[in-house]
Write a protein that binds this ligand. Structure first.
Ligand code: IPE
Ligand code: IPE
Ligand code: MG
Length: 269
């Protein structure tokens, strides 16, 4: 049973303010280098930017914010940088979770958590449990996450739970096992830092997401930069495979089919 509208099986609602924003927070190292600081100073500053972005998203009415904190390929970095990032993640959980909870924010962590140590895993579990019933913004941190890992992991988990599906299964069968099953597909994807690539982030979920790339380095990304991204999103025509004329037809007065789900798919209205 799909909780949210799939962009390939239905024509999802295209909200004016994105319900779900997904961000690749890139450029920390370069930001630090420009200031003759060690790379890790950029990561430290990046946490502050994340705090501001969470606040801004809440204020703007975004419901889901998903951020890429550590990719499955980031283990390839120098050991001391990896270890600093792990420490920073742990500290962030220790320092920020109570505040997130006070602000009614639900925290989720997605990715292959087996590679993290027991202490970090315990903090992740505690934070998720504490905030599970919060009804404000859902903040998802992707850590040791890879889009390919997600799809492979979901497929394995699905076949383990439902072996009868071997040989024939559908998107609807697979989706509950994907790590972002609790959220609609992102409306807006933002990558800071100037690179124009997905770097193995949410491969499945970004199928029809509007992509926005900015040269602004993550530690310099502020509320104005977020608003610029949302403004760009608001100028996009989200066709989901249809023609422009069909969309205009949709907007005729009294046309109740506008932005509606097709194929009788259950929505989360
Ligand atoms: C993103 O910034 C943070 C992580 C990948 C953890 P980078 O560390 O990739 O910064 P640049 O791209 O080297 O500037
Ligand atoms: C992507 O940034 C991952 C995160 C921001 C966590 P990278 O800096 O690792 O990506 P590439 O290597 O430039 O593609
Ligand atoms: Mg980078």
């Amino acid at each position: 049973m799909a909780l949210f509208q799939s962009s390939t099986r239905t024509i999802p609602v295209a909200p004016k303010v994105p319900r779900h924003v997904a961000i690749i927070m890139d450029g920390n190292g370069r930001w630090a280098k420009q200031r003759f600081l060690p790379r890790v100073a950029g990561h430290q500053r990046g946490v502050e930017c994340l705090r501001e972005t969470v606040k801004a998203c809440g204020a703007l009415g975004v419901e889901y914010l998903t951020v890429f904190a550590f990719s499955s390929e980031n283990w390839r970095r120098p050991a001391d940088e990896v270890s600093f990032l792990m420490q920073l993640f742990l500290k962030m959980l220790q320092r920020e979770v109570a505040k997130l909870h006070d602000n009614n924010i639900r925290l989720k962590v997605i990715g292959d958590l087996q590679r993290f140590d027991a202490e970090l895993n315990r903090h992740i579990q505690d934070a998720e449990r504490l905030t599970a019933n919060n009804t404000g913004l859902t903040l998802t941190i992707a850590a040791n996450y890879g889009g390919r890992w997600d799809i492979m992991h979901a497929t394995r988990a699905m076949l383990k739970a439902r072996p009868e599906l071997l040989g024939s299964f559908s998107e609807t069968d697979l989706e509950p096992y994907l790590s972002m099953h609790y959220a609609p597909e992102p409306d807006l994807f933002i990558r800071t830092g100037g690179e124009q690539r997905i770097s193995n982030f949410l491969l499945w979920q970004l199928a029809y997401t509007e992509l926005y790339f900015t040269d602004t380095l993550w530690p310099a990304f502020d509320r104005a930069a977020l608003e610029a991204a949302i403004q760009s999103y608001q100028q996009r025509e989200r066709r989901f495979g249809r023609t422009s004329d069909q969309l205009l037809g949709d907007q005729l007065p009294g046309d109740k089919s506008s932005n509606s789900s097709i194929n009788g798919e259950q929505t989360d209205a």
